[in-house]
Ligand binder design. Structure first.
Ligand SMILES: NC(=O)c1ccc[n+]([C@@H]2O[C@H](COP(=O)([O-])OP(=O)(O)OC[C@H]3O[C@@H](n4cnc5c(N)ncnc54)[C@H](O)[C@@H]3O)[C@@H](O)[C@H]2O)c1
Length: 281
């Protein structure tokens, strides 16, 4: 995708963090952004700001983990605005805690949002992009799906087993989708950022087996860690836009993103050692 102006973008998790700032960056480039989130007020704030920045904004409540709700959402978008040019499957959560204290309900929640949410968005919107493209000559086919994974897709981290597992799955899913959807003229990119100052730690779930006292400590520690990192989400949004312009397959962002990727390729045993760095559990 080289031309954003006049196009339509769907962004999930658009109320906060990467989803919000990427929505605003797309609006600045003249796109109509459909901001989707379980936090409807937040999504409405993003949509309103998108309108002030020269684009257009609409908001929609949706739970990405709910396949039927996502299908309904995609049908409503198609009916009101046509098939979107760009879909960013960004909504995500973290679960923090040792593996043995991460319960079945924690796994259901994180797999539902981080992995099945990406599958749902990609299937419901991707199918519509493919159907539209099949009636067009090859040169006029379009559509780009961007999936937000993480540096955690490369690097194991103790006490983040469920998060790392879902993000590694999203990266592989994106690679498979890129190969599969190419025949329908749909591009697929996967983004792997390191730490950045969003609300992810504040919104994170502490594993159900962790005591309330420890959970408070963990939350404070992780929020402080993200604050100290000082990597603005706007830089992540700018890199996402470049990845779309260049049709890049997998993009690592910031020092942790690049280092994790490098270590996973050059010295996985070093990565395994780093994975054992103690956390406050
Ligand atoms: N911040 C980081 O350091 C970092 C690093 C790498 C990857 N990521 C990934 O970036 C993405 C965005 O996270 P963020 O850091 O901006 O966090 P954030 O908490 O600031 O934003 C996440 C948004 O997703 C929404 N959301 C959560 N569950 C949802 C659901 N079921 N349906 C719809 N919306 C839902 C939340 O309401 C929130 O607005 C996530 O996939 C996250 O895993 C974040």
């Amino acid at each position: 995708m080289k031309e954003f102006r006049g196009g339509t973008a769907v962004v999930t998790g658009a109320a906060s963090g990467f989803g919000r700032v990427t929505s605003l960056a797309l609006a600045e480039r003249g796109m109509h952004v459909i901001a989707a989130d379980i936090d409807l007020e937040g999504a409405e704030r993003t949509a309103a700001r998108a309108g002030e920045l020269g684009g257009k904004g609409s908001a929609r409540w949706v739970d990405v983990a709910d396949a039927a709700a996502m299908e309904e959402f995609a049908a409503a978008v198609e009916e009101a605005h046509g098939v979107p040019d760009l879909v960013i499957n960004n909504a995500g959560i973290a679960v923090m805690g040792p593996f043995l204290e991460t319960g079945a309900e924690d796994w259901d929640e994180i797999i539902g949002v981080n992995l099945v949410g990406v599958v749902n968005g990609s299937r419901s919107f991707g199918r519509r992009m493919a159907e539209r493209n099949r009636s067009l000559p090859r040169a006029r086919r379009s559509g780009h799906i961007v999936n937000i994974a993480s540096a955690a897709s490369y690097q194991p981290v103790r006490s983040l087993s469920s998060y790392c597992a879902t993000k590694a799955a999203v990266r592989m899913l994106s690679e498979c989708m890129r190969a599969d959807l190419a025949r329908d003229g749909i591009k697929v990119s996967c983004i792997c950022p390191g730490f950045s100052g969003t609300n992810i730690a504040k919104n994170a779930r502490v594993a159900s087996g962790v005591s309330a006292e420890k959970a408070a400590k963990v939350r404070k520690w992780s929020e402080a860690g993200l604050r100290m990192r000082h990597y603005p989400p706007e830089k992540v949004a700018a890199r996402i836009i470049k990845a779309i312009e260049r049709d890049e397959a997998v993009v690592s962002i910031n020092l942790e993103g690049h280092l994790s990727h490098l270590v996973s390729r050059v010295s996985p045993s070093l990565g395994r050692l780093v994975a054992r760095v103690p956390a406050p559990f």
